[in-house]
Design a protein around this ligand. Sequence first.
Ligand SMILES: [Zn+2]
Length: 143
Amino acid sequence: MSRDLVSAKNLSLLVKWCEKRGLTVLFAKHENGTYDECTKTITIAANALPEKQVFYLIHECGHHLINAHPGLPNRFEMGYEQTEKKITRTFQHRLACLEEEMEAWQRGRNLARKLKLKLNEENLEKLRLHCLHSYVKWASRKK
Ligand SMILES: [Zn+2]
């Protein structure tokens, strides 16, 4: 099977999984991927390579899984859900976001395993490092 065909199959399995959980997946003019917890919507770059779309999608599913249990203690609570400026400008906030980013990749990988997706682990790792690198730079920036 060609790489694009494998990716198309992976995407359809992931989108099905999302729909079962009440998530909407949009492919739009967009950078990489995002997850909106309020509207339960994942948006993925429509012009990205299919393989990258798979990687972005498993990562955003990871964000969803982190947020899926609102009753549980949330070790990321100083992160993305904070909007107050006095908090969002702290290193603690940026670190909590970075921790969530790492966890989202981990949970995405676990989900891919559960769904038995055929992934090129080397390419996934390359993209994970690339994305985390920009978060590390952002988290460690000086004011
Ligand atoms: Zn993320």
